[in-house]
Ligand binder design. Sequence first.
Ligand code: 5AD
Ligand code: SF4
Length: 481
Amino acid sequence: MEKIIDETKQGETLVLEPQKANTKKLFIESYGCQMNFSDSEIVASILADQGYNTTTQLEDADLVLVNTCSIRDRAEQTVRKRLEKYNAVKKINPTMKVGVLGCMAERLKSKFLEEEKIVDLVVGPDAYKDLPNLLEEVEEGRDAINVILSKEETYGDIAPVRLQSNGVTAFVSITRGCDNMCTFCVVPFTRGRERSRDPQSIIEEVNDLASRGYKEVTLLGQNVDSFLWYGGGLKKDFDKASEMAKATAVNFSDLLALVAEAQPKMRIRFSTSNPQDMTLDVIRTMAKYDNICNYIHLPVQSGSDRILKEMNRLHTRQEYFDLIDNIRKIIPDCGISQDIITGFPTETEEDHQDTLSLLEYVKYDFGFMFAYSERPGTMAARKLEDDIPLAVKKRRLAEVIALQLEHSHINTLKQVGRIVEVLIEKESKKSDAEWSGRNSQNTVVVFPKEHYKVGDFVNVEITSCTTSTLKGKAVGYSSNN
Ligand code: 5AD
Ligand code: SF4
């Protein structure tokens, strides 16, 4: 259910294998998108070299770091509440240092040090390699800040420590930043220009994960479809590259094929796709390789052409439908999910009806739906009045969610009676006698454990379902095992 309402993950504290020589204790928690969770692994890796082991006990920590999200106001409020909690602990343990990382650090910059007296350290998403220097400054009693955004930083050279991992699925970041400038979105301001990571270092990380027993990777980026490596990775400078560099450039479709071939036994996923950048080549590559999962998260935000234009989404409703039709033609059983915003400035009832009719057309498997939240500094905040009353935003949101739930249920019901391949990830939250995993389409499947174990690929016969979960019984190992 939480999947349907909001993809912003609540705080999770991260732990890793302690290193004996390390004596200092780091408490690091992350909010927001998967990229933040991935970044926290990079931060933990950098700090392990600085003598820090992770702890789950806030009270024991020498250093508390919170990796923050600015995407909606509510995400920021949650972090503010956590800062209050740290403040209470700091009263008992005054030597404890507190640092803010990620998008809120970038958005609020030095204001954080002024507004929140307990914050000692403010570090933006591109400055984590500077943490050792910044911590030295903090040790010497000064507040420290680095919020410089980079055009090159991809952390490609840092081997992230997999924190609190199930040892089966991992995220590998392939691009950072976003150049799309959707008018509602704060990401281009907090995460900077879009740059791609060297494919060589991506493949090395995937190979390393495979050698450590991982069975699935999700290639991560704000807009994976615009991945482009031409010896340099900054998207906006591609036009200036030499003819030779252009001719040998690696795009997202090429990268998918490289990863799929490097590890044919591994499941490959990716997130997030942008309709205007997704090419037919990508869809064909997905169809060509069995190990690339048949699932696309394809945010649409609105079904109204007028609102799409106001949002600076560079596609029309019809172009989106054409893309969906092509996906279904090339990959008939592809799982598709959406992001939708209700109550964007000037949205009329008619625009809202367009969103509902778009949902009817696509019949997504699931989705992440949000009421519009004005973000300071964005184009929408500067140019458009936030004129839709909260009650209207919420009512429209409830209507979108209700329709999505209907469609989710139609889609899960269709699976009953089928046999699907599932990668076992963990114990089911509801029962310690059952495993939980996902099928290729990214729907959660729950079934009795029997003799199977985490990391096995099994064929499961689906016997029943809820709106978002399939239930069944394993009928044997899959051929991928
Ligand atoms: N208000 C509401 N939702 C937003 N999103 C991004 N910015 C906003 C905002 N200002 C949603 C979009 C995006 C997802 C990650 O968060 O749907 O795809
Ligand atoms: Fe934000 Fe649009 Fe970039 Fe997604 S594609 S991160 S919504 S600017």
